[in-house]
Ligand binder design. Structure first.
Ligand code: ADP
Ligand code: MG
Length: 646
């Protein structure tokens, strides 16, 4: 093309495209979902801009926020057209080739480990999935701030961008022309496209039309002397008509037929007829863009909730659980919250910079899916949608961010989310009941159901860290969150247990909840800090996650029992009798010369190696132990801080 400027893809993007174009992955269907999702995002953007600047939307057809898909069988090409925000030349260059998203290399890594291409959308590189089915792609785009440009690439390491003077002006928006590879010819089929749109994109909030053609047979009389010929006419519809309009048109055609029949009936002879086949093209609406979150829960089926999750998460996975509710009162909103079955690859990256992944709508208008502070950071793993009637529509995102109702929404969302998590924590293992009904199933089966992870175990594996972060961050929900904690203990080494269970097992007279933190299970289990506690029959919680000690610094008690770190001095093991106290005092006095000597030998005063040397009762077999002071960091904490300072 004349005047076109050539660019090379950013290196990572190039690698990604190589992997995609050479992929033998059989499920190539997802490309359409990704492109439709981009079209929908672009439509959301222009609708949002139009809230504060009505002129952004334009008028006439440009104001129709919709997506149209058409098929050119001869060229083996699919076109996808949206009236979204469009892209300037600079956007085309940056977003489709020269700037790599943070997910690019992470996705490449996943793919090399045999990961699922299906998850591409989660990594923010969904566009490139078009090369699963195409060997050549054109992106024609018109943004309000620029002329119409065309981007094109054969995925051969480079792409070109030029001002578009050949194609029809788009007004505003983007058209993607997908030239199918030979082995993807199956997509040049309207039934296939229809199937894909209904499968993956039924919850898209804008109408999606497919240009369909159908054969219509009609009886037509033959006039005398007329030659027998196949009257196959291509009645191409004006592409701007929608389904209803074209229906009207075909009705018109029918009525013409009727008229001619009337003329015939005037004649006595039976007219000679023949059958002609006409091809009628029409735009068919494929989705009914329903907002399931606005319905009452009883109107929504389980299957719809599952499908909606897949649409929201852009995966084929099923969520662990969901909660659909309505908040009433001063602040009104409807929401569906989901817990994903697994953690996304980057859940805790840039933790403090990240916004909630929930989609925020105001009266069905999409506002943002990176709204700061819709839920606290630790709940950013939640997926779903929040639609509020109370928030104002025609203000900027920044203004909305400050709105007083947001605090109430946030508070309610947190409560509902924690309720939802508590519910799965209380659930019995899924298959238990079925197994029982079958009576004495063979032992292998029973064993299997025992081994089977419960929903909550799955949750804990994926998001346990989030709960621990919650205890640190969210003082007002600390007790609720503490109930959700799970850990191994000296009495439950293979099965995760909870604080409530720990407390129910506490010995008579036990005043504290004991825990010990270390680098690994072996490390903790073999620690001399445990000796006396275990000998006395106290249960000790084993913490091996670096975050655990931070969490415990924020959680001082549970159910009125204080926590005690087993690696600290003055570990209390319940009330001591008077006799015992006297005996300990006597021993302390007896060994004073030794402790004094020891303290000076280790240079306590000048070198600062130790604080003090004490006779204690906490050991049973080891002769001595180094502990940390009540007020300082534990040795494990020092280890963690050192590792982080690197
Ligand atoms: P993501 O959608 O997660 O941002 P994609 O790889 O799917 O990642 O798209 C990359 C970027 O290209 C988008 O963020 C958007 O800026 C731009 N883009 C893609 N398709 C369109 C479109 N139809 N209209 C406007 N911009 C688009
Ligand atoms: Mg995308």
């Amino acid at each position: 093309r004349s005047g076109s400027q050539k660019f090379t893809f950013q290196a990572e993007v190039n690698r990604l495209m190589d992997i995609i174009i050479n992929s033998l992955y059989s499920n190539k269907d997802i490309f359409l979902r990704e492109l439709i999702s981009n079209a929908s995002d672009a439509l959301d953007k222009i609708r949002f801009l139009a809230l504060t600047d009505a002129s952004a939307l334009g008028d006439g057809d440009d104001a129709e926020l919709e997506i149209r898909i058409s098929l050119d069988k001869e060229k083996n090409m699919i076109s996808l057209r949206d009236r979204g925000v469009g892209m300037t030349k600079e956007h085309l260059v940056q977003h489709l080739g020269t700037i790599a998203k943070s997910g690019t290399s992470a996705f490449i890594e996943q793919m090399q480990k045999g990961g699922d291409v299906n998850l591409i959308g989660q990594f923010g590189v969904g566009f490139y999935s078009v090369y699963l089915v195409a060997d050549f792609v054109e992106v024609i785009s018109k943004h309000n701030d620029d002329k119409q440009h065309i981007w094109e690439s054969k995925a051969d390491g480079s792409f070109a961008v030029s001002e578009d003077t050949e194609n029809e002006p788009l007004g505003r928006g983007t058209q993607i022309n997908i030239y199918l590879k030979d082995d993807a010819a199956e997509y040049a089929d309207q039934d296939k496209l229809k199937e894909l749109v209904t499968k993956y994109s039924e919850f898209i909030n804008f109408p999606i039309f497919l240009n369909t053609t159908s054969e219509v047979s009609e009886e037509v009389e033959i006039e005398d002397g007329e030659e027998e010929e196949d009257a196959e006419g291509d009645s191409e519809d004006d592409s701007e008509d929608d389904a209803e309009d074209s229906e009207e048109e075909s009705e018109e055609e029918e009525s013409e037929e009727e008229e001619s029949e009337e003329e015939d009936s005037e004649e006595e002879d039976k007219p000679k007829t023949k059958t002609v086949t006409k091809t009628v093209a029409e735009w068919k609406l494929l989705n009914d863009n329903k907002a399931i979150w606005l319905k009452t829960p009883s109107e929504v089926t389980e299957e719809e909730y599952m499908k909606f999750y897949k649409a929201v998460s852009k995966t084929e996975e099923e969520p662990l659980t969901y909660s659909h509710f309505k908040a009433e009162g001063d602040v009104e909103f409807k929401a569906i919250l989901y817990i994903p079955p697994t953690a996304p690859y980057d859940l805790f990256d840039n933790y403090y910079a990240k916004a909630a992944a929930l989609k925020l709508y105001v009266r069905r208008v999409f506002i943002s899916d990176e709204f700061d502070d819709l839920v606290p950071k630790y709940l950013s793993f939640l997926k779903g949608i929040v639609d509020s009637d109370t928030l104002p529509l025609n203000v900027s995102r920044e203004m909305l961010q400050q709105h007083s109702s947001l605090k109430t929404i946030k508070k309610k969302l947190v409560r509902k989310a924690l309720d939802m998590i508590r519910k799965i924590a209380e659930e019995k293992p899924e298959d238990d009941e079925e197994e029982k009904k079958e009576g004495e199933a063979d032992e292998a089966e029973e064993k299997k159901s025992e081994d089977k992870e419960t929903k909550y175990e799955k949750f804990w594996k994926a998001f346990g860290k989030a709960i621990k972060l919650g205890i640190i961050e969210d003082a007002s929900n600390r007790t609720r969150l503490a109930k959700l904690l799970r850990f191994y203990t000296s009495q439950s080494e293979d099965k995760l247990t909870s604080l409530e269970e720990y407390v129910s097992r506490m010995k008579e007279g036990q005043t504290h909840i004991y825990y010990l933190a270390g680098a690994s299970m072996d490390d903790v289990k073999g620690s001399p800090f445990l000796e006396k506690l275990l000998k006395e029959g106290f249960e000790v919680i084993y913490f091996t996650d670096p975050i655990d000690e931070y969490t415990m610094q924020n959680l001082t008690e549970f159910d009125d029992k204080r926590f005690a770190n087993a690696s600290k001095e003055d570990l209390s093991m319940g009330e001591k009798g008077k006799k015992q106290q006297e005996r300990e005092k006597a021993i302390k006095d007896e060994f004073k010369p030794l402790t004094k000597w020891w303290k000076s030998a280790l240079g306590a005063n000048n070198a600062g190696n130790i604080d003090s040397v004490k006779v204690s009762t906490r050991l049973s077999t080891s002769p001595c132990i180094v502990v940390t002071s009540k007020y300082g960091w534990s040795a494990n904490m020092e280890r963690i801080m050192k590792a982080q300072a690197l």
